[in-house]
Design a protein around this ligand. Structure first.
Ligand SMILES: [Zn+2]
Length: 362
């Protein structure tokens, strides 16, 4: 009996030491695994209760020593499991606090396209002079692109070779559908909608029309099948050529510098009479003459003129009572002048190395 009791004493101490060694290496990834550990060690059928069954058979004189060991073991297992449970809870509530609006990768901020930068600058300048933005469709009918703009029926711009037609109906200008070849179609739409039955304006028209236009051209460094324009239109009573010249001078000075001079040369457009091309003094050489201005001291930037009375009448406005001016410029042309982009194709190639060059300009 004594030997048997001694054997139990030794056996239980060995078991306790074995379990004590395991305590620190107990691990749990989640609450479920913590619960499994609790069941394994601390539940009714767990390891500790198994020890307590053997403890009954430990000799009385060794009960105190073994009892203390079992208490130590129980305390350490309880502490370890509580610590693991706490770690899991913290981790899980941490998961809930994740900011789901954050992207997993950093957002790379782009830059504005140079044509957008310049268009915005042009719009800003004319807005300060009282012009408001007007917009219209890029897929237009002949009526607004050509007929209302006083283009003759046999004008070469109506030719397939110059314009992209979507559908053609030779005898109906409203069914001749095409990609607009200029933003003047927007002017036509504005004029149509700004007068009464008897041709009176409902208010002065002072609009700026930016947008993309299309021409059937071979793509080279100097020409493209699409480009961008900004056109302006002002119609009221007693509008004169002097008003036009003053507005364009203010624009040129704001856009290219306070010392900029302008000159107007006679020209021809179907929709204006008289018509002019406007040059600005070369801002590279200051008008002295250089390679950039082909030694003339002047650089061409836009076309302009007084709105042809036929255009006013076409759009339902009384040309005896009202007059107006219009002007139009190519955004690519202005951008090339400001930033010396030598190849038009670079604007539509989407090469980010080129576009990033304009980061500081915006
Ligand atoms: Zn020059």
């Amino acid at each position: 009996m004594h030997t048997n009791c001694n054997f139990i004493y030794k056996m239980i101490l060995e078991k306790i030491n074995e379990l004590l060694q395991q305590v620190d290496s107990l691990e749990a990834k989640n609450a479920e695994e913590v619960e499994k550990l609790r069941l394994k060690y601390l539940s009714k059928n767990g390891e500790l209760n198994e020890l307590m069954k053997d403890f009954r058979n430990v000799p009385a004189e060794q009960k105190k020593e073994v009892g203390m060991k079992i208490n130590e073991l129980k305390q350490r297992i309880t502490d370890r499991i509580n610590a693991l449970r706490e770690a899991c809870t913290t981790q899980e509530s941490g998961d809930e606090a994740i900011d789901l609006t954050r992207t997993p990768y950093p957002i790379q901020l782009g830059t504005r396209h140079p044509l957008t930068i310049v268009t915005n600058e042009i719009i800003d300048i004319f807005s300060r002079m009282g012009f408001v933005l007007a917009d219209g469709p890029e897929v237009e009918d002949d009526l607004h692109v050509f007929t209302r703009m006083n283009f003759a029926a046999d004008h070469p711009a109506r030719d397939m070779q110059d314009t992209f037609f979507v559908s053609q109906h030779p005898n109906d200008v409203t069914k001749n559908i095409l990609l607009r070849s200029h933003t003047s179609s927007v002017q036509a739409r504005v004029m149509e909608n700004m007068h009464t039955e008897d041709g009176k304006l409902t208010g002065p028209i002072r609009v700026i029309c930016p947008g993309r236009v299309y021409r059937n051209e071979a793509i080279t460094a100097r020409a493209h099948c699409f480009f961008h324009q900004v056109e302006g239109l002002y119609i009221d009573k007693n509008v004169s050529f002097t008003d036009l010249k003053q507005v364009l001078l203010s624009f040129a000075r704001e856009m290219f510098g306070a010392d900029t001079k302008i000159r107007l040369r006679p020209s021809y457009f179907p929709f204006t009479e008289p018509s002019a091309e406007m040059d600005i003094s070369c801002f590279i050489c200051g008008g002295e003459g250089c390679g950039f201005c082909k030694h003339t001291g002047w650089v061409e930037i836009l076309g302009c003129g007084m709105v042809d009375p036929n255009v006013l009448e076409q759009c339902g406005i009384d040309s005896k009572e009202y007059s107006g001016y219009a002007f139009g410029m190519g955004v690519e042309r202005i951008t090339n002048l400001k930033y010396r982009v030598s190849d038009l194709r670079m604007f539509s190639e989407n090469d980010t190395r080129f576009l990033e060059e304009f980061q500081a300009a915006d």
